[in-house]
Every structure is written in structure tokens, then in C-alpha cells.
Write a protein that binds this ligand. Sequence first.
Ligand code: PHE
Length: 340
Amino acid sequence: MSDSTPSFESVLAAVRAAGDAASLRALEREQLGKEGPIAALLASIPTLPPESRKEAGQRANRMKSELAAAVAERLQQLEEAQLAAERSGAGFDATLPAARVERGSLHPLTQVTRELEDLFTSMGYTVLDGPEVELDWYNFEALNIPRDHPARDMQDTFRCDPAGNVVLRPHTSPVQVRAMERMRPPFRAIAPGKVFRQESTDASHEHTFHQMEGLVVGKDISVGHLIGAMKTLLRGVFGREIEIRLRPGYFPFVEPGFELDARCPFCKSGCRVCKQSTWIELLPCGMVHPNVLRAGNIDPAEWSGFAFGLGLSRLVMLRHGIDDVRHLLSGDVRFLEQFR
Ligand code: PHE
């Protein structure tokens, strides 16, 4: 080394005195890097007289490892010092306000679905799931709606293939038949989920919405059991006893079929929600048609059952006074933030 380059001892001293990891790393690059003095020393060895090459090589390598060890040692000291400083709490202000944590919330449809699942499982129901892309057999045929039956037009079904063997389910009722295939009676089940209809959308129509199917099959199941279950459902949803009435309703998969109305929970003598009638059309239901039991391999001579189709989207709208169904799946955060 010439006189203008710092001595090895002073380089070592600088490493041991480095004040932070960054300057230490810079020093390391400068001294041990490809352009550094030790690299230059090693490169010059072939030009030395043969008898001094060995000693020069050993010296250069010794300097190299000594320097590397000094760097590692200093780095560890600096890290330990930093940890100790952090642990001592110096410079930490416990009174500073924390960064605000953004809390999300459950969608109102998820909220009502979970509540109803709790309610029905407490009554011994099983919660089932079914495919949203459904076969014609489950959606129509097994539900006592043969091809060319006019009732196929009751729901404007999205078809997935030209033959119409695969559809987007327009209701959750196909899960009834899937339930019968999977479970032996007696059983009780609900099946909440998305359904799809080909409709021009407006404040009360949406192409995608939510329903919850209910199905109970057992010995001597009667309309009385149906009414009892629906009253319990209403008590769960509105937190008190609500008067109901049944009107005849037509669905090919139930006989007799009903439209169940509930006394308007929001007024005594008529309001906007019940359109001044004091009754709210709440859900279609009925006694499972023998043909449907047969399609599910259940003997109608031995077993009977009831089914209902609760509109979850409608229920959420009623509960929160939402006037446009399209809000529900809009994904608009300003809408969703209201349901924390
Ligand atoms: N699946 C019917 C619909 O969506 C509703 C329904 C369900 C009716 C169960 C009776 C029994 O229109």
C-alpha cells in the first residue's frame, strides 16, 4: 500500500467505530469489493518475484478475513444496540393515537341468513347447499313441472345450453329433491342461496337475488306443522308474535299450495310498506306434492312434508326499509356501511 491509502490498522479502526449499518456496509464494499485495495493486492501477486508470492498471498488473505470478521462483529453490535434501544422504550410515545383500523361488516343478506340458520338449526334443521347451475331434472321435472307445462313460464329461467338441460336455478326448490336424495326421512332442512331470473330490472326486480328453501319430511306432517314453523320463523325475524293468514297459491310442487301473509309489523292501520292493507305477502309454501316425494325416492304413502320458499332479499328490504332491491348487490360501499 502506498502512503496515500489508509493503513490497514486505520481501516480496522474505522470499521469498529462505524455508527450505523449503512455506513458499515459502504466501508465493507469499499475495502473488500472488487475495486478495493485487497483485491488490487491479490491481483498484483503474479507480478511479484516468485519467492515473495506465497507470503504476499497469505498476508492479503489474512487481511481479508480479519476485515470481514471485524465487519460482522460490528454489525452484530449495532443490531443489538438498536434492539436494546427499542426495548427500553426510548423515543416511544404511548399516548400517540393508533393508526385507525378500518372495520368491515357483514352484508345484510349474510346477517339475516346467519340468523335464520341459527334459528332453524336450533329446531333441528340441517343447512344445505345446492348448485347455482342446475339440471332441468332438479329444477323442473322432479318438481312436478314436466316439459311443455305452462308453469315453466312462471320463472324466466336463464338457460345455459340450447337444449335447456342446464339452467341457472330460478329458485332454491331444486335443493328439495337433492335433500331427499341425500337424507332419509324424517328430516328437516333449509337451503339458503342465490337464484337468477331473466327479468328487466327495476326497484323490485333483480336478475340475481336470494331465497331460502325449507323442507320438512316426516310421518303425518300436516298444514298445522307448517303454520307452527312459519310462526316461529316470524317470531325469530321480528322478535314478537305476528299474526298470519294463508291464501291459496299455485305451485306445481306443492298441494295444497299457499301464499302466507303476515300482519304488517310496521303499522296498525296501513302504511307504505303494506300498501295500506295491513298484510304483507311473505312467502309461498305448501304440502310437498306426492310426485315430488316420489322423484326423491320417498314413498308418499308413508311420508308427507311441507316446503316453503322465503325471499331473503325481500326480507332484508322489509327489515331495513330498503326501497330498491338493486342496492343489495350493487357493491356500493356507502350502502353497505349502513349495516355495521
Ligand atoms: N320456489 C317457489 C318460487 O320461487 C317458491 C316456493 C317454494 C313455493 C316452496 C312453494 C314451496 O317461486
